[in-house]
Design a protein around this ligand. Sequence first.
Ligand SMILES: Nc1ncnc2c1ncn2[C@@H]1O[C@H](COP(=O)(O)OP(=O)(O)OP(=O)(O)O)[C@@H](O)[C@H]1O
Length: 286
Amino acid sequence: MTEKLLQVDDLAVAYPRKGFRRGPVEILHGVSLDIEPGKTLGVVGESGSGKTTIGRAILGLAPITRGTVTFGGVDITHAGRRKRAELAADLQVVFQDPYSSLNPAMEIGQILAEPLQVQKVGAKESRARVAELLDRVGLPSNAITRVPREFSGGQRQRIAIARALALRPKLIVCDEPVSALDLTTQARVLDLFLEIQQDLGVSYLFISHDLDVIRHISHDVAVLYRGDVVERGEAAVVTTSPQHRYTRRLLLASPLPDPDAQAERRALRGRMAAEERVAAGSGVER
Ligand SMILES: Nc1ncnc2c1ncn2[C@@H]1O[C@H](COP(=O)(O)OP(=O)(O)OP(=O)(O)O)[C@@H](O)[C@H]1O
């Protein structure tokens, strides 16, 4: 069996409740998932299902009340600040909004060099690495002296990806990284993620509400519904023949599928209708 890069077991997260009603409110109720080196796990679910909370818990940004997060064989569930700083080299993040995640006052060269400085990479090597990173994400070398507002949304997301790659991480948590982009730009940025994975062997925990995006990028998928994983499996299987009713609903609701997906979807609708006819005939309540 392949060793897991990330293993999440029975993870629960609860936030303190504000106002009159006392006691914590549980957001994740015991989530388990794992990622192999060089692979992508897609986490899909509707708004509020807890996708971002999974990413934040792995990054040490959400209050974990139960369960464990193991990264590279090390238990990081309650890792302190010093351990988190060490982990930054291996565990990175790309957020949804490329407008707010980049410091508007910093030049791109500084943004990309910052993580290298923190890890005490020398000035000469740092310059070479920044040039390499820009090339890697398809941006011109003169970008180093420009600031984020001079770039489009897609280009800014490329900068955020370059920054995440600066320390050559093993895993990148990608939280809706293409949701703020138009469809054409989405496709280009998704292809960049795939290319980078092929070349560098990095793993992704890829969070999206869009099943088509998840199908395109993921090897495996975990479907989240109200803080529980309701279905898990290979992306090709889960996104074409979902077993859980919620995944089926998600699939039928997802917009603009490609022609192959449209054909699969028609077949799924047919299967669901047939099942529902059988269930109705046998008096099963659905
Ligand atoms: N800091 C917090 N304090 C209290 N509740 C929170 C906090 N962060 C998230 N929640 C709640 O946790 C639930 C799940 O939120 P989360 O952002 O993880 O969902 P999501 O699936 O990523 O949704 P979206 O796609 O809209 O971002 C929501 O009900 C949200 O209100």
